[in-house]
Structure formats: structure tokens, C-alpha cells
Ligand binder design. Structure first.
Ligand SMILES: [Zn+2]
Length: 208
């Protein structure tokens, strides 16, 4: 079985909730309910099968924080990193952009990424690359200067956001849509436990 980085985050969240329950309560029933809820929530985010449900079962049995930590260490081994990208691949994704500035990908820690993104502040453009399991999907948008409190359209968390505007030309007319997304993509990546949300976000930005 393989987990994506987002799947791992979903399970880590469940682990944190269970540790919290173990700390806060002595009541076996209360703890069991918390465990059930934590595992169910993780399964919803992962949107996967019996195999994952089985994989999560030891969490329902965990009686101590140490057992939860040991389980967390185990998930690492099942997680596959975001499929790494080369500068050449990035350039191919935005071929029409003559002045595309691609970042140096050599230092990227792919094991911590749910999606890859970078900003070109001179053109105020943010580029996003995700992977849907079979292929890369991309979107780029213009980012606003102002940083505001809001809810990120990608990770759904309350945070400092910037506007992200995607513009398409449809039948000679410009159409654009704006969303608020995390001003800090590293934080966004670290929080994102529901990959479907990311893919729905990208899908909504496509030309139609
Ligand atoms: Zn976010």
C-alpha cells in the first residue's frame, strides 16, 4: 500500500487527536469514541478503500502515546513523495511563456509536498503543479499584494491569505475568477490533508 503526502497528513491529524484524547480522559468509552471519530475523519479525507481502513485499525487499539508515536513512525515508510520535477519539465508545462522563471528544484524536499508551487514576484504570478495519481495538473494565477485574514481555498484553514486570480480568454472575452489562498505555500502544504480539495480547486480554474 502507498500513501500520498496528503494521506500521511490526514493520518497524522488522527494521531494528534487520539493523543489528545488519551491525555484528556481516563474514560475508556470517551477515548474509544474519539478514536473512532479521528479514524473516520482520516478515512474521509483519504477517500480510500478497505486497505487503508485496515491500515488504520492499530490506531483504534492504541492505549498509550508511545503506541501512537510508533504508529506515526511507521506511516512514513508507506508514504511516497510528490513525484519530483525537473526545471525542464516545468518549462514544458508553461511553454508559451517566453520569460518563465523557474525555481531551482534541486533543494526541494519532495517528501513534504502535496503540491509544488512557486511565485515570480516581478510579474506577481504564482504557479501551482499538482499530481492526480496519473499526471501533473497545473494552474497559474496573479497574486494580490495585500495579505488578509481569510480561509484558504486549497487547505480550507483560516490563515493569512492573498488573492489568486486566474484569467482565461473565452470567445475573445476575458473571464477571471479570484480565490483567497495561503500567503505562505509552505504552511499550506504542511496543513493540507485533503488532496481532493486541491484537485477540485485546480479543476474549477480550468477554462470552460
Ligand atoms: Zn492553504
Amino acid at each position: 500500500m502507498e500513501l500520498t503526502v496528503a494521506n500521511r497528513r490526514a493520518i497524522e491529524r488522527a494521531c494528534r487527536r487520539i493523543v489528545h484524547a488519551l491525555k484528556m480522559s481516563q474514560d475508556r468509552e470517551v477515548i474509544d469514541v474519539s478514536k473512532q471519530l479521528a479514524v473516520e475523519e482520516a478515512l474521509q479525507r483519504i477517500e480510500k478503500t478497505d486497505e487503508v481502513a485496515q491500515f488504520l485499525e492499530p490506531l483504534l487499539e492504541a492505549k498509550t502515546e508511545v503506541e501512537v508515536s510508533a504508529y506515526e513512525a511507521l506511516i512514513e515508510r508507506y508514504t511516497k513523495p510528490f513525484p519530483s520535477l525537473t526545471n525542464e519539465q516545468l518549462r514544458n508545462m508553461w511553454k508559451k511563456e517566453k520569460k518563465l522563471k523557474v525555481p531551482n528544484v534541486e533543494l526541494v524536499d519532495w517528501g513534504e509536498l502535496v503540491y509544488f508551487t512557486w511565485k515570480d514576484m516581478t510579474t506577481r504570478t504564482q504557479y501551482i503543479v499538482a499530481h492526480d495519481g496519473t499526471r501533473y495538473v497545473t494552474v497559474k494565477g496573479t497574486i494580490g499584494m495585500a495579505v488578509k485574514d481569510g480561509i484558504c481555498a486549497i487547505c480550507n484553514e483560516p490563515t493569512e491569505t492573498r488573492s489568486f486570480t486566474v484569467t482565461h480568454r473565452v470567445k475573445g472575452q476575458q473571464r477571471s475568477q479570484t480565490n483567497a489562498i495561503c500567503a505562505n505555500p509552505t504552511d499550506c502544504n504542511a496543513r493540507l490533508a485533503d488532496e481532493q480539495r486541491l484537485h477540485r480547486f485546480i479543476e474549477r480554474q480550468q477554462k470552460r
